[in-house]
Design a protein around this ligand. Structure first.
Ligand code: PEP
Length: 260
């Protein structure tokens, strides 16, 4: 995905019911000023995607699915497909650490979902990151390498233009323990170097890389200031519309007002 906008994604996980979601969007829409250099993406429970798609101003917010099944239709009781989400969401999280670690999704599942999203004109945000153990063993770059290869297998250079990568160290998610900016830069460089190896230099320079993991109002600007980082994936801190708006505000760079 091109790096012309800063992406700020709010992953609500399994929080907020229908009434709460609608109220939240009502409140946030009064606060957020649309800017051409910022894309605000809400990832609510699947239950409210349809109703929020009618409530939001599409210039102000985009929607993302937190999850979906990779087949387009069939006898898969309880599942929602990317083809059913088509036209409702513009983005989808794929390979989130909670999908990998709580629901045991493999790289094979992740790759099938990346392909299903692209097939249905939904931009996948491929989440990758190491566990605390892997980090302590010095395996971070190997994990990023394996999850990138696993998630992007069979994706063409042209299709890669629809993909964003989120670097989300598992130990930082929901823990209050965020990665230091220097480590985030190092991980993003490792990701770009792997993309360069797979797809060439232009693709590596062009792909959007987000950081996620316990981002709060007071740490957001530190990550957004990093040259390698093109946005944030925010979980807990996105659940309060006021706090999320403060994070969104930090993404707009008046210095790049040429884009306005
Ligand atoms: C996430 O859900 O991807 C996430 C980063 O959560 P949190 O911000 O709560 O760590």
């Amino acid at each position: 995905m091109a790096r012309d906008k800063t992406l700020i994604v709010g992953n609500w996980k399994m929080n907020l019911n229908m009434g709460e979601a609608s109220l939240y969007v009502h409140q946030l829409s009064k606060m957020v000023k649309p800017h051409r250099d910022v894309e605000v993406i809400l990832a609510p429970t699947s239950l409210v995607l349809q109703s929020l798609s009618l409530q939001i101003n599409p210039r102000q917010f985009k929607l993302a699915a937190q999850n979906f099944y990779w087949r387009d239709q069939g006898a898969y009781t309880g599942e929602i497909s990317a083809s059913q989400l088509r036209g409702v969401v513009q983005y989808a999280l794929v390979g989130h650490s909670e999908r990998r670690h709580v629901f045991h999704e493999s790289d094979k599942d992740t790759r099938a979902k990346v392909q299903a999203a692209i097939r249905n004109r939904i931009k996948p945000i491929l989440c990758i990151g190491e566990t605390a153990f892997e980090r302590s063993e010095g395996e971070t770059n190997d994990v990023l390498h394996d999850q990138l290869i696993g998630g992007l297998a069979n994706i063409t250079s042209e299709e890669l233009e629809q993909v964003a990568i989120a670097y989300e160290p598992v130990w930082a998610i929901g823990s209050g323990q965020n990665a230091v900016p220097a480590d985030v830069t190092a991980a993003a460089r490792a990701i770009r170097s792997q993309i360069k190896h797979l797809y060439g230099e232009k693709a590596a320079n062009n792909i959007a890389i987000l950081y996620g993991g316990s981002v709060k109002e007071d740490s957001a600007a530190d990550y957004l200031a990093l040259d390698e980082i093109d946005g944030l994936l925010v979980g807990g801190a996105s659940l309060d519309a006021h706090v999320f708006n403060e994070i969104i505000k930090k993404a707009h760079k008046p210095a790049s007002a040429g884009k306005e």
